[in-house]
Ligand binder design. Structure first.
Ligand code: NIG
Ligand code: FE
Length: 416
């Protein structure tokens, strides 16, 4: 099957095939071609270039005219929590009235609130709600989504969440990756017995998750008031024995050692980083761990924005992800994240695009085969609606500018 997209106003996100992430200044310098064509063969990018070089004899099964449109790699969202039950707009009111995230959590709300609702929901209900959320993300340009457990907090409910994620992976036309986040908060049954909960995560949950092959990654909410770096180390160590690679929540509420424990255990990414210090950034610069920033969480929760500008200026490979969850970031709109990356973190449109595509793919260990335009990578693409230029997309924040989402060379979503 051959797909030809021709007359592309701007083809963006062109990266050499052997480059697995973009660091620092490279993030703003991914190549673009104005007036381009792209050919995909059997779902893989086979050729692209300026229209003048389009082989005259080329015959395609499907031809798309992208006149006036920008084509870019589909977004890779490397951090989300879209399997959940109910919603938390009551806490939204409390936060408007002045309560902090930590105060809401301390009175038994927050993650525990979602865990109570999840315990009552059936797998089918969770599947349907999460599938609707995933499709909303697809409509904003995502073709790869990581989803975490962490609203179960009992072995049974964590497994329930992960089975839902597995079904999403099997039934949606996009790629879904699963992360076990049993240490998201201390389950109610273990109230006041945090160490015992950590032992339970290691002794019972991780072996059960591994036995069913339900997760590829292990995550811990390593932050003030949640899990300590020592507890995190214990869980990552155990995860490692079961083949789970670490990706962790760190420095959302305080610089509390999460970055360093993540690096020490070879985490693919450390995520949040709203409170990252210069030392944290220097430690990341000396490691392979990707800093993933979550501007939707900062925006919705009124937290500081992670210092992504400084990280890029220091040469880091920053990724941007949605963190879509019912408590701190209920939106999975990837185009809005592109805007927030530019507006609130001062990334250029090109830098923010790299953060949402190739570096997001790298934060999932998937960037060898997706996240950029190069021959041999998957033809997972977005075609915009007619726009004056690439920068217009994040500039026109809140406007829906995705016309088509293509996965492995096939259109999975078209918006007339
Ligand atoms: O990434 N910070 C920890 N976990 C989620 C929020 C979870 C919730 O409040 O439900 C986050 O922001
Ligand atoms: Fe999160």
């Amino acid at each position: 099957m051959r797909l030809l997209i021709k007359n592309i106003q701007t083809l963006a996100g062109i990266v050499p095939a052997d480059k697995l992430r973009l660091c620092g200044a490279e993030m703003g310098a991914a190549a673009t071609i104005d007036g381009a064509y792209l050919v995909a063969e059997d779902g893989v990018i086979a050729d692209f270039g300026p229209m003048a070089q389009l082989p005259a004899e080329l015959v395609a099964d499907t031809e798309i005219d992208a006149q006036g449109r920008v084509v870019y790699p589909a977004f890779c969202d490397s951090h989300s929590h879209i399997v959940y039950a109910g919603s938390r707009e009551g806490e939204f009111r409390d936060k408007i009235a002045g309560m902090t995230y930590e105060e809401v959590a301390a009175r038994g709300g927050g993650i525990l609130n979602s865990a109570d609702r999840l315990a009552e929901a059936t797998e089918q209900e969770l599947y349907e709600a999460a599938s609707r959320r995933a499709w909303r993300m697809v409509r904003s340009g995502a073709a790869t989504i990581e989803i975490k457990s962490g609203y179960g907090l009992t072995t049974e409910s964590e497994l329930k969440m992960l089975r839902v994620i597995k079904r999403l992976a099997q039934e949606l036309p996009i790629t879904v990756k699963a992360t076990f986040l049993g240490a998201h908060a201390v389950g109610r049954a273990f109230k006041g017995r945090q160490e015992e909960y950590v032992d339970h995560v290691c002794g019972e949950m991780i072996p059960a998750v591994a036995a069913e092959g339900l997760a590829e990654f292990v995550d811990v909410f390593c932050d003030r008031g949640f899990f300590t770096p020592e507890q995190t180390a214990k869980i990552l160590e155990c995860g490692k024995r079961y083949g789970l690679r670490p990706k962790i929540h760190a420095n959302e509420l305080a610089s509390s050692g999460g970055v360093q424990v993540g690096i020490a255990y070879g985490a693919l990414s450390v995520d949040h980083l709203e409170e990252a210090t210069e030392q944290d950034v220097a430690d990341l610069a000396a490691s392979d761990t990707i800093p993933t920033v979550l501007p939707g969480a900062s925006f919705f929760s009124n937290l500081p924005f992670a210092p992504a500008r400084m990280m890029i200026d220091k040469g880091l490979s920053v990724a941007i992800a949605s963190d879509c969850n019912p408590g701190s970031s209920p939106s999975g709109n990837m185009q809005l994240l592109w805007s927030l990356g530019c507006i609130k973190m001062r990334l250029t449109p090109e830098e923010a695009l790299s953060a949402l595509t190739i570096n997001g793919a790298a934060a999932l260990g998937l960037s060898a085969d997706r996240g950029a335009i190069s021959c041999g990578r998957r033809a997972d693409l977005v075609i915009s609606k007619p726009v004056p230029s690439l920068a217009y997309i994040p500039y026109s924040f809140g406007e829906d500018l995705v016309e088509r989402v293509i996965v492995k060379g096939k259109t999975i979503y078209y918006n007339e």
